[in-house]
Design a protein around this ligand. Structure first.
Ligand code: AMP
Length: 189
């Protein structure tokens, strides 16, 4: 099963991805997590990405496309994977389509998780409190910026994948278990 979780920051993509990892037995592939590890390890890629991420902007398509292409070649992705936070732009979605085709793989579904903007800002602010502000991009101004970036660059992927017949939409305002159940229902699993 190869899935994309699509939705604005704070909607619960990461939370749902972790539950689905347990339930479906396939790994989560979060470009944000991989970039944060690169920052922590002070690799050249991490150092280049840090300032961009701290402002709430997107890291270049070339960097994230490379991360994903390498990651899906690893053995644990053989049975499938859950993409969380990728693709985020139309060129990334095109690149994903090309790399999957080249590897002879197909996408099963794109799950859009929806929520209203005010809830997202307060959810992400709470995440910052709970994690002791570990994520430099979880303060209110940067969250608003990330929401703007989402609307401008990522939201067009909703119609992109609807046109391909892959889009399923679930309400991310429901309790966590209900969101998971709605995703499982949409996937027929
Ligand atoms: P996330 O953990 O998915 O919210 O991502 C945190 C930050 O990492 C984003 O605000 C971007 O700066 C960067 N990032 C993660 N995934 C991508 C992506 N697919 N394209 C560009 N930047 C990304």
């Amino acid at each position: 099963m190869r899935l994309i979780l699509l939705g604005p920051p704070g909607v619960g993509k990461g939370t749902q991805a972790k539950i689905l990892v347990e339930q479906l037995g396939i790994p989560q592939l979060s470009t944000g997590d991989i970039l944060r590890s690169a920052i922590a390890a002070k690799t050249p890629m991490g150092l280049a990405a840090k300032q961009v991420m701290d402002r709430g902007d997107l890291v270049s398509d070339d960097i994230v496309n490379g991360i994903v292409s390498e990651r899906i070649d690893q053995a644990d992705c053989a049975k499938g994977f859950i993409l969380d936070g990728f693709p985020r732009t139309t060129p990334q979605a095109d690149a994903l389509g090309a790399m999957l085709e080249q590897k002879g793989l197909k996408l099963n579904a794109v799950i859009e998780i929806t929520a209203n903007a005010d809830t997202l800002v307060s959810r992400v602010a709470n995440r910052a409190k709970e994690t002791g502000g570990i994520r430099a991009d979880d303060n209110a101004d940067v969250v608003r910026k990330r929401l703007d970036v989402y609307r401008e660059l990522t939201e067009p992927l909703v119609s992109y994948y609807r046109d391909k017949g892959l889009l399923k939409t679930v309400d991310g305002m429901a309790p966590v278990e209900q969101v998971t159940a709605a995703i499982r229902h949409a996937l027929d699993t």
